[in-house]
Design a binder for this molecule. Structure first.
Ligand SMILES: C[S@@+](CC[C@H](N)C(=O)[O-])C[C@H]1O[C@@H](n2cnc3c(N)ncnc32)[C@H](O)[C@@H]1O
Length: 184
């Protein structure tokens, strides 16, 4: 059974709040995006497949960097709607496709990217094999996935914030990381 938590209205809105209201202060903007982009090869004239593209902001960025085509895919209809609304420019297509189903894609790509989405997949070996089949020779797969730090916080009042501010410095709240417990 595939999970699709981002099509849940409440979760989608909370994610939007994290990405927009904490813009430039959340872990995506501070850590993941700059480090991911450092790992990327030159994308000039390259075709790119983005798995779990979310709003598609990376896809727009790589077209602006000279990529010739980007296919952004996501399991969430809400995410794809939003991507079409805010990050659709020439050279990009967005499609609702789950990572579990990418073997149905009938194109090959020079680069496959995935930011913070692989941790949703149970069968990692299948995903990597499917990616391999979708890559041209000498292609690249660049991905990041979420560290369990991110979801370790037990108390909901902390989950809403995820950080505390002392002397204008941002501190993540990871106090529950070593606390053994069952997933709810
Ligand atoms: C944390 S968001 C990251 C979005 C985007 N890559 C970014 O970095 O801005 C994770 C994304 O993965 C998508 N996702 C989760 N499970 C998926 C699956 N099985 N197949 C495709 N997309 C999935 C979610 O819908 C969501 O858009």
């Amino acid at each position: 059974m595939k999970q699709n938590i981002y099509d849940d209205e409440k979760f989608f809105n909370q994610y939007e709040e994290l990405r927009n209201e904490q813009k430039d202060k959340n872990a995506n903007d501070l850590i993941e995006i700059p480090n991911f982009r450092k790992l990327m090869p030159d994308v000039t004239n390259k075709s790119i497949l983005d798995l779990g593209c979310g709003y598609g902001e990376n896809d727009k960025f790589y077209i602006e960097q000279g990529a010739k085509y980007v296919l952004g895919t996501d399991i969430s209809k809400k995410m794809i709607e939003k991507a079409n609304e805010i990050n659709k420019i020439d050279g990009i297509e967005y499609k609702v496709i789950a990572m579990e189903d990418i073997s149905s894609i009938d194109k090959k790509f020079d680069v496959i990217i995935s930011s913070l989405a692989f941790h949703y997949i149970k069968d990692f070996d299948k995903l990597i094999n499917d990616c391999y089949k979708l890559l041209n020779n000498d292609g690249y797969l660049v991905f990041s996935q979420e560290h369990p730090f991110t979801t370790c916080i037990k108390y909901t009042e902390n989950v809403k914030k995820g950080h505390t501010v002392i002397d204008n410095k941002y501190f993540g709240l990871f106090s529950d990381y070593n606390r053994p417990r069952r997933k709810n």
